[in-house]
Each structure stands twice: as C-alpha cells, then as structure tokens.
Design a protein around this ligand. Structure first.
Ligand code: KG4
Ligand code: ZN
Length: 355
C-alpha cells in the first residue's frame, strides 16, 4: 500500500509561531496529529498593533521549540516527515523569513522537499481539514489583513470576485477596539462588548453598500466610529458603539455576500459558501451568514475558531495537496510581502526541482 503523506507545516507570517503535523488519510478528512500555536498577544497588546521587529525576534526564539512540540505531540520523528510546507507570503517579511529559512534549513539537512504556501491559500483550503469539500466553492476570507470574495476553482486556481478597497474587516474590528480603549487584537473583545450594548443606538455608515459589486470598504465606517467615540461619556455607551459597529458589519457582509453569490453563480453550479480567516470566529457573523446561506439554498461551512485564526495545520493541508501534485519549490524561493492569491497558480510556475 502507498505510504500516506506526512507533512510538517510551519507558519510565521505575522504574530503567531505555529507548527503542525498532518497525515494524509483514506478517510474523508486528514489526520491532524498536532497543531501548536504560540500567540504573541502579550508582546504587542500595548502597541495597538503588531511590531514587526519584536514579532520576528519572538519567532526566532520560539520556532525551534514549537516545531519540536508539534513533533513530540504527533509522536513522529523529523525523519518520518515527507515534506516541509511553509508560509512564504503574504505577510511581514521579517517574520516570513524566519519560518521560511528554518524550513529551508530543515529541507536541506533532511533532504526532503520544500513546499512554499501562500498564507491565503492556507485559509482558503482550511475547511478541508474538517470536511470533504468539493471544488468549486465561494469563499469569503475575512482576516486582519484581507477581506475578499473568491471563487475557489481548484488548487492554485482562484478568481477574485471582490475585495476591500481600503481596510480589512479584522482591521476595522481592531481599530474600533483601539478607539474604545481595548488592547490589540480587539476583534474578540468587540464581540464581547457588543453583547452588553444596544445595536440600534448609533446609526453608522455602510460605504459602497449599493454599488461596487461585492467589493468592500470600511474606511468611512472607521471615521464614523472615531467621531462617535469622541462623544462617548461612559462604559455603557462603549458597549452600544461596539454593538452598533458589529451590526453594521453584519449588514454589509449580508448584502455583499448576496452579491458575491450572484457573481459566483454566473460560472459555477455548486452552492457552497465557505467563510474563513480570524474574523470568521465571530459568532454573530456566523449566524448572519448561515441565515443568508439558508435563504439562498447554499451550504455554509465555517472551520472551527482554532482553524480560522492563523495556524500551521492549514499550511500543512495546502502542503499535502501541493505535494500530491509534485508542486515542489526550489530552496531559493523568496518570502513575499505581497502575494495576491489569484496570481499564485502553481501551473504557471511549473513543478520545481526536487532536491
Ligand atoms: O486570520 P487571522 O488570525 O490573522 C490574519 O491573517 O490576519 O485574523 C486575525 C483577525 C484580527 O483582526 C482579529 O481581531 C480578528 O481576526 N478576530 C475577530 C474575532 N476573532 C478574531 N474579529 C471579530 N470577532 C472575533 N470574534
Ligand atoms: Zn491569516
């Protein structure tokens, strides 16, 4: 019987140092043997955002420990691994370089293939860790750095249907949190604050709501939150602003996802909506989009919160898919700060050389 592929995944694109061991399976989903994530929240919380130099230094300190912890938990040895999959963009270049150089050194010493993975592809394929998902599907990717609607046609073939023209959804959550005096990353706290507030108290704008197809914009909403926050007098009003902000985001995502579904259905028959990325952990967003999917007869799929936020399991899965197609990369593959997903078709760059 053919050996099942065993992949080490490594992720260091921003403020999480992560490693995972994933085994191919004959079952519907792969076997996630370990998934270790070390967050740097404590390091960055007082700065209102990620400080690249501090993030990179922490990755350097931890990467060895995290990879070893992933191996230990999986009860596998480095020599059992078939290939090393690593995030090589988009992200903070100083952070990406830590994971990529570590992976290259491992690949060279162990004489194993190196597979470079686009972080967004990791998010895009992440539901395959929990369900046997068939291509094509409509993806809403909502994270701290990206907000996009994509038609996921097959591995490496993505068509962008819409994107944010300014801030990402997660960024809007984090900036609102900062204005309310909440430390970084504030997204999960906005959700908590919103539970205690009246979502109808403040009327906030919905930029490009009735135009621009399924493109998104949050800059005007952020300015409105800034102006409103200056008038706030007490804690209760902070809860109201958080609730009103979250309601506005939900209204925007409901309508724009409806437009994206129309766009997607022009060229695809499948009615599957996947929502991935850190913001997809938000329970009100989940409820809102599940309702829309039911109305439009779509199946909605959300990875569990620990696979929505940054992790290496999703990188390992993209690695397995690429490994099976012999999409191996050369050891001089660079880290890329910018790397749009719809330009990362593996078939354009062709299979790399095995080392
Ligand atoms: O995917 P992710 O972990 O990292 C990026 O690739 O950016 O997403 C992080 C983003 C942050 O902006 C964070 O505030 C947001 O996801 N986030 C949330 C929630 N949990 C995480 N936003 C709203 N509600 C949440 N529950
Ligand atoms: Zn991410």
């Amino acid at each position: 019987m053919k050996k099942k592929a065993l992949i080490l995944g490594i992720e260091t694109s921003c403020d999480e140092t992560a490693a995972a061991i994933l085994e191919e399976s004959t079952e519907t989903v792969p076997n996630l043997l370990s998934n270790i994530v070390s967050s740097q929240e404590e390091i960055h919380k007082n700065f209102g955002g990620v400080v690249p130099e501090l993030a990179a230094r922490s990755h350097i300190d931890k990467i060895d420990l995290i990879v070893n912890a992933a191996l230990k938990k999986s009860k596998k040895k480095l020599t059992d691994i078939d290939a090393i999959a690593v995030t090589s963009g988009p992200g903070l270049i100083v952070c990406l370089s830590v994971g990529l150089n570590f992976a290259k050194a491992l690949a060279m010493t162990l004489e194993k293939p190196l597979i470079t993975v686009n972080h967004l592809e990791g998010h895009a394929l992440s539901p395959k860790l929990i369900t046997d998902l068939k291509y094509p599907y409509l993806l809403l990717l909502i994270s701290g750095g990206h907000s996009q609607y994509l038609a996921v046609k097959k591995l490496g073939k993505y068509k962008r249907l819409g994107t944010t023209i300014d801030d990402a959804v997660g960024e809007a959550f984090d900036k609102t949190a900062k204005l309310l005096g909440i430390k970084f990353p504030g997204g999960p706290f906005i959700e908590k604050y919103a539970k205690k507030g009246d979502e109808n108290r403040f009327d906030l704008p919905k930029p490009i709501f009735n135009k621009g197809g399924c493109n998104l914009s949050f800059a005007g909403l952020k300015t409105a939150v800034l102006l409103t926050s200056k008038k706030i007098k007490n804690q209760k009003e902070k809860y109201h602003l958080a609730a009103s902000f979250q309601k506005t985001i939900n209204e925007i995502l409901y309508t724009k996802t409806k437009v994206a579904m129309l766009e997607f259905s022009k060229n695809n028959n499948n009615k599957i909506l996947v929502i991935a990325g850190g913001v997809a952990s938000n329970l009100t967003i989940r409820k809102n989009l599940i309702k829309l999917a039911e109305e439009k007869k779509y199946t909605s799929i959300f990875p569990p919160p620990n696979l929505c936020s940054d992790n290496a399991a999703m990188i390992a899965w993209a690695g397995i898919e690429r490994y099976k197609m012999n999409l191996i990369d050369n050891l001089d593959f660079p880290s890329k700060a910018r790397w749009p997903l719809d330009s990362s078709a593996p078939f354009l760059k062709g299979p790399g050389l095995k080392i």
